[in-house]
Design a protein around this ligand. Structure first.
Ligand code: GRF
Length: 200
């Protein structure tokens, strides 16, 4: 299964995927291309270190989100992939991009969706006083963090947690969860019926 990874920042989820490919856990997964809207970000250094083709796409050269997404599509045309994996990609993808990969774009979010969509999910969880949060891998549609849920992992929230301590605890589970989803996608067929996702 070939994937493209899109990321804008630190890249710890991307690193975990690369590590799991190298270890053989994701033996059927290959990262065909790495795409970033933040040329030079730490995630792109991970790609370079593993000889993964890096596509730098600078948003300041596009007049709108749709124009930018069309550039992404055209750059990715040289790298046919089964799935597009968002790993801390900080831009919202428009229909212009999504229609090229119907139900084939996935994202990881640091909360138990539909709770706390959008930015600063861990901070929102601490402020809301929830006792359980976690992470979610979901199919991407045009609504931010609202697409069908593929898998989730719950994480406890303790009374003395702050945004940082909770983020760290969730991140450990993100690294495991994303690869578990990719393993499923590489070995099984994903079915989406309404909002319900299953594998067979
Ligand atoms: C993660 O918390 C992920 O859930 C969110 O962005 C963050 C990316 O972290 N979408 P990293 O760049 O993978 O370390």
């Amino acid at each position: 299964m070939k994937i493209a990874v899109l990321a804008s920042g630190r890249g710890s989820n991307f690193q975990a995927i690369v590590d799991n490919i190298k270890s053989g856990y994701l033996s059927r997964v290959e990262v065909a291309a790495f795409v970033t809207d933040k040329p030079g970000c730490p995630a792109s250094e991970i790609a370079r270190a593993h000889d993964i083709p890096v596509l730098d796409v600078d948003p300041s050269r596009s007049s709108s989100r749709r124009v930018f997404d069309a550039v992404l599509v055209s750059r990715l045309r040289d790298y046919p992939v089964d799935y597009v994996v968002l790993a801390g990609y900080m831009r919202i993808l428009s229909y212009v991009f999504l229609k090229h990969y119907p139900q084939r774009v996935i994202n990881i979010h640091p909360s138990l969706l539909p709770a706390f969509p959008g930015l600063n999910a861990q901070k929102k969880a601490v402020e809301a006083g929830v006792k359980i949060s976690g992470c979610t891998v979901h199919v991407v549609d045009e609504e931010v963090d609202r697409g069908p849920i593929i898998m989730q992992k719950a994480v406890p929230v303790f009374a003395d947690d702050d945004e940082q301590t909770l983020s760290r605890r969730i991140l450990v589970q993100e690294h495991l969860l994303y690869s578990r989803v990719l393993k499923n996608l590489s070995e099984k067929e994903m079915q989406i019926s309404g909002r319900t996702v299953s594998f067979s």
